[in-house]
Design a protein around this ligand. Structure first.
Ligand SMILES: [Zn+2]
Length: 401
């Protein structure tokens, strides 16, 4: 027992050290504000229609108002065919051990490194590559009012750009081993980044520095790579705790860490079930709801960006308090074996039907909030919920079982 107490004490000391460092950093950044300005984006588009481009621009403008940087953020935006159920994938370029880096031997999104140093550290290279699924049912309007089966493009771009700003983990799982900084360009084939994928060299990212397991142990203090990291990454009990998150939220934020690890989804989002659609922190959860928009990052996400080194403009809205929750939601989406239905429609639901993408009725059921879908093949489906007064629909995806 005494051994456990000792290691607990070490963790506490380590946390306080980090608190000290971030206070110093915040002070330095504060001194710089006189010469800083809102961030600007320099975006190169491929495969975009004019309306898609305008919506992307609108999303980048929203981030511009929140972030402060003297160095333009360079983005390559591409519309491509992704797997059904995927809306977008984002790859930030990275820098480490630059002048003014808050931690040595830790990766920072290059746009963040540029913002911290005030110097463009990666001339000629993009900071962020964003790939968006050309086959998704997008709503390209900028008024946050998608149709019931449409995905709000602005919301998705805001979310993807947030990963590009450094809201992501460099954790990975290969067979029985979990690791930080062992993600390779081949992992994303056939997608290829516009910049040379850096040798991550088993180093964590700035976001990873604040992840705890449910024994309050910092994941970056565990052996890397190790079976223990895989156990943690798939424990469904990972938390992000930092001084700014605690100040904002009163407690740590819960990270998405399901029992099956998915690169790009696990660890790099808030937990879907903890922050469902309509929650002020829904913005950086792994699943998007159709028929729903959110153009405001939310307090937890902004606290994390602040913690990893971004200077955030004061006085802007941090929650999407006016966004209504969709009347019918499917979780998880995409799904594999079962779905849960929620939302106001379920309160007086009378019957439920599921139709395939080609319009065949696959299932009819009395009102229930959970349905097994393990017998259904992969693809797009629409669930219809009939109440005494209305019919509600929600589209969802079933992945290969
Ligand atoms: Zn995401």
């Amino acid at each position: 027992m005494s051994h456990i107490d000792c290691s607990g004490a070490d963790v506490v000391v380590l946390k306080y050290m980090k608190t000290g460092i971030s206070i110093v950093l915040a002070t330095l950044l504060h001194l710089q504000t006189a010469r800083s300005q809102s961030a600007t984006f320099d975006i190169t588009y491929a495969g975009f229609t004019p309306e898609a481009e305008a919506a992307f621009e609108y999303a980048a403008d929203i981030w511009s108002t929140y972030l402060i940087s003297d160095v333009p953020i360079k983005v390559n935006a591409k519309m491509v065919f992704l797997l059904p159920g995927q809306l977008g994938i984002t790859f930030p370029n990275g820098e480490k051990n630059f002048s003014g880096a808050p931690y040595a031997d830790v990766w920072y999104a290059s746009c963040l490194a540029n913002a911290i140093t005030g110097v463009e550290l990666n001339p000629g290279e993009a900071d962020i590559d964003v790939f968006l699924n050309t086959s998704a049912n997008w709503y390209f309007g900028t008024d946050g009012n998608p149709g019931p089966t449409q995905y709000d493009f602005v919301s998705t771009v805001l979310h993807e750009l947030c990963h590009g700003l450094g809201f992501l983990s460099l954790g990975n799982v290969e067979d029985t081993t979990g690791s930080f900084g062992l993600i390779f360009a081949e992992s994303f084939a056939p997608l290829v980044t516009s910049f040379t994928w850096p040798d991550l060299d088993t180093l964590p990212g700035a976001f990873d520095m604040w992840l705890l397991n449910n024994a309050d142990v910092l994941l970056t203090t565990l052996d890397n790579p190790s079976a223990g990291l895989k156990t943690a990454f798939t424990s469904n009990a990972i938390y992000l705790e930092s001084p700014m998150v605690l100040a904002t939220n009163g407690e740590s934020g819960r990270i998405y860490a399901p029992s099956t690890f998915t690169l790009g989804s696990s660890l790099s989002h808030w937990n879907e079930g903890t922050y469902p659609v309509g929650d002020p922190n829904e913005f950086m959860t792994p699943f998007a709801a159709d028929g729903h928009a959110n153009h405001i990052p939310g307090p937890l996400t902004l606290a994390v960006l602040d913690e990893i080194g971004w200077e955030i403009t004061d006085g802007l809205p941090i929650t999407n308090i006016t966004a209504p929750a969709a009347p019918l939601m499917v979780f998880p989406n995409p799904a594999t074996t079962g779905i849960s239905l929620s939302g106001d429609a379920m309160q007086d639901a009378e019957s439920i039907q599921i139709f395939s993408a080609t319009g065949n009725r696959i299932l009819i059921s009395d009102a229930t909030t959970t349905l097994s879908i393990s017998q259904l093949p992969a693809g797009w489906y629409t669930v219809y919920v009939q109440t005494a007064t209305a019919m509600y629909t929600c589209r969802f995806t079933i992945l290969e079982h």
